[in-house]
Write a protein that binds this ligand. Structure first.
Ligand code: AMP
Length: 389
């Protein structure tokens, strides 16, 4: 069991370095276009603030190479100022004398927001010098940046090795949700996988193999499975080096009595004519880019019977409106099913948002890569180094 902020005692007046994930989209005027990630961090900030800690809040934003005025965390600090009136200060540096000075002047119950961690190249390199400068700012380290827990960066992995540490409420919720879903699944448990990167998704499938009742496979990855079954997939995306693994998955599932559902029809592009067709068979020159109507019905019928669902990856190239229907139907069915539902991975989360059903999903995981790793049953390095109870 990882130590959580609830386990931290007597923190009034203690300097706490809190790593958040404020990687929010901004426009060129510094307006925050989607505050979901900030809202998700508010309970942890509020809790530590109410306990009277001196909070030093840090985060990355985007992928700057050095200072970039369009990726400043100042707009986030302003947002927090509205939530915590007269308590929030901003320092326009990441580390150094100005930061040391600002921390020195912090009163109990005040919040200091530091500038974007990635303005310092030591952050992603996990450089020892940068780690030391961050660590010396605080007595305790709290990680609540779930979205980067699969990375070994200075502000998570590096600092956690230097200071007494704990996880915040957001990470705690992500861990508990996945743990419960995999250790005590409700049945029927339907796992839905899509997307294009077969290598990643094979580990997902293997991780649910002993737990799920039905595995639905759509999206680009489905074509590797269909080819493994000897079907003609035309010019659809395929991972030839994964055909044998796909065959093994199909064989294992059969032996274990797990139902695997694959597309039975397709929305395809005829490449040289740039024409979209609906078809049950794919031939040379045709690229399958979405599940067809019959497949959608097959998948939806199964989803509606579920008591628990996990979903990662779109079942079509949904960014292109000609191929988004299948994914939207899946999102709506997951919402309608009434099953306990977990959706992870950036694309499936945005499909849920685009379908307007986000409020009917039990858990929308906040971290793309990190939630994929959790679904794969892998250990997240930045969480592994947090103190245990
Ligand atoms: P992943 O990162 O593996 O979850 O893949 C997500 C990407 O898969 C999205 O950008 C989709 O456009 C893409 N995708 C989904 N279905 C297909 C398909 N049938 N062919 C090619 N790409 C697809």
């Amino acid at each position: 069991m990882k130590r959580t902020i609830r386990d931290l005692k007597n923190i009034k007046g203690k300097r706490i370095l809190l790593r958040c994930d404020f990687n929010v989209p901004l426009d060129n005027y510094g307006d925050i276009l989607d505050d979901t990630r900030i809202v998700a961090e508010l309970p942890t900030i509020a809790y530590l603030n109410q306990k009277g800690a001196k909070l030093i809040v840090c985060s990355h934003l985007g992928r700057p190479k050095g200072f970039d005025k369009y990726l400043s965390l100042f707009p986030v600090a302003v947002y927090l100022m509205k939530h915590f009136p007269n308590k929030v200060k901003f320092c326009s540096k990441v580390v150094g004398p100005e930061v040391d000075n600002a921390v020195e002047k912090l009163n109990d119950g005040e919040i200091l927001v530091l500038e974007n961690l990635r303005f310092n190249e030591g952050e992603e390199l996990n450089s020892p010098a940068f780690v030391s400068k961050l660590a010396k700012l605080a007595d305790i380290y709290v990680d609540d940046a779930f979205g980067v827990t699969h990375r070994k960066h200075a502000s998570n992995y590096g600092v956690a090795l230097k200071l007494p540490s704990a996880i915040g409420f957001l990470i705690e919720k992500e861990l508990l949700t996945f743990q419960q879903a995999f250790e005590q699944p409700k049945h029927p448990f339907v796992a839905i996988f899509g997307g294009a990167k077969v290598a990643d998704k094979l580990s997902l499938i293997n991780n649910v193999m002993d737990k799920a009742d039905t595995i639905i496979i759509g999206g680009g990855m489905a074509y590797t499975f269909l080819q493994a079954m000897g079907q003609n997939i035309g010019d659809s995306i395929v991972a030839l080096d994964k055909i044998e693994e796909a065959k093994n998955v199909l064989k294992n599932a059969k032996e274990k009595g797990i139902k695997i559902l694959l597309p039975i029809d397709h929305v395809a592009l005829i490449k040289d004519k740039d024409k979209v067709i609906k078809t049950t068979g794919l031939e040379k020159g045709m690229v399958g880019l979405d599940i067809g109507r019959k497949s959608a019905k097959l998948f939806v019928d199964e989803i509606l019977k579920a008591q628990q669902i996990i979903w990662n990856g779109p079942v079509g190239k949904y960014e292109d409106k000609r191929f988004k229907n299948g994914t939207i139907k899946i999102a709506k069915a997951v919402a309608k099913s009434g099953a306990y539902s977990i959706v992870g991975g950036g694309d499936s989360v945005s499909a849920v948002n685009a379908s307007g059903v986000a409020d009917q999903i039990n858990h929308l995981s906040t971290g793309g890569g990190a939630s994929l790793k959790l679904m794969e049953g892998k250990i997240l390095p930045a969480i592994e180094v947090i103190d245990t109870l």
